[in-house]
Design a protein around this ligand. Structure first.
Ligand code: CDV
Length: 308
């Protein structure tokens, strides 16, 4: 038996500050059209795929940043993306900044089925960076100022013939993200990211960005017997160089497709969701082998507590 979902990881190159939503949507539609030509069922776009990565600038009055957020989805500007996907008969997953009706600001990713309906909505849980202006940095990473952490945690949705989960960028570095979805039977995790090559708090990590990116996604895939689709917005955006290296990773932990540019590029893989069972029913048979009774500290405490 096999359950194949053909997935397109639609990496984007930079979106500069002066680029409009319409410019971005035009590029997203071009990637969708490529996806359709390759027989994709689902095309995955990066984190904050409609705008530049605006948390690199600080504004004293946050309302000055309101124009970076979407108040409705689809909106007048994003409706053409939904229309194109429905016409082409494929689904998509899209990252964007969301300003909710009750005034919350989230870093959001949605899952849209082939009929254009939004079937899943995820709010980023692990918000990296800083909450205050740090004028000595070469660029800001003020995500903690611009976004609240998602209160709902990690969801898994029945869609595309399987169980699909989402996470966003920094979430991929935390094993808990994968495991919570793993415990809900996830078979396909979609993850958009914007990862500056220069990590300001510790520049010795700069040359390891590509290694760490692959390391965490390959481990998360293998340890939970799931496909992982990591999709970058890469290249030099407003002077900040960001990692490409989008990848589609099998439940074995092997990379089956990887971007070779840092610009707009579609990589495609036929993902057999039944491949997940090889791992979920053997080495990582959770029901048989997990020992939750000794894992208490993972949910009971946040930081390190020394035994002595
Ligand atoms: N957008 C992100 O979440 N970026 C973080 C950087 C700041 C470390 C990441 O984990 O890639």
């Amino acid at each position: 038996m096999s359950r194949i979902v053909t997935v397109g990881a639609a990496q984007m190159g930079p979106i500069q500050r002066e680029h409009s939503r319409a410019d971005a949507v035009k590029r997203l539609i071009a990637l969708l059209e490529q996806g359709a030509r390759h027989g994709c069922d689902l095309v995955v776009f990066p984190e904050l795929a409609l705008t530049t990565f605006f948390p690199r600038w600080f504004v004293d009055d946050i309302s000055e940043a309101d124009h970076w957020y979407e108040r409705e989805m689809p909106s007048r500007e994003t409706q053409p993306l939904f229309d194109a996907a429905r016409k082409l008969g494929l689904g998509f997953s899209l990252g964007y900044a969301e300003y909710t009706k009750d005034g919350h600001r989230f870093n959001t990713q949605i899952l849209v089925e082939r009929d254009g309906s939004i079937v899943g909505r995820y709010h980023k849980v692990h918000i990296p960076g800083h909450e205050h202006h740090e004028p000595d940095r070469p660029f800001q990473h003020a995500e903690r100022y611009y976004f609240e952490p998602g209160p709902e945690g990690f969801g898994v949705w029945k869609a595309f013939g399987g169980r699909v989960g989402m996470m966003i960028c920094n979430d991929r570095r935390w094993p808990e993200s994968y495991r919570v979805m793993g415990l809900k039977g996830v078979e396909l995790i979609l993850c958009g990211y914007n990862t500056p090559i220069h990590y300001v708090p510790d520049p010795s990590q700069d040359i390891l960005q590509g290694f760490h990116n692959a390391l965490v996604m390959q481990s998360g895939a293998y340890q939970n017997g799931t496909w992982v689709v990591g999709v970058a917005k890469g290249g030099v955006e407003e002077g900040v160089d960001s990692l490409g290296q989008s990848a589609i990773i099998a439940p074995s932990g092997q990379i089956v497709a990887q971007a070779f540019t840092s610009g707009d590029e579609l990589l495609v893989a036929r993902c057999d969701l039944d491949w997940c069972l090889k791992y979920k029913e053997t080495l990582f048979d959770f029901e048989r082998y997990r020992r939750p009774e000794v894992y208490g500290p993972i949910t009971a405490q946040r930081g390190v507590v020394l035994d002595d």
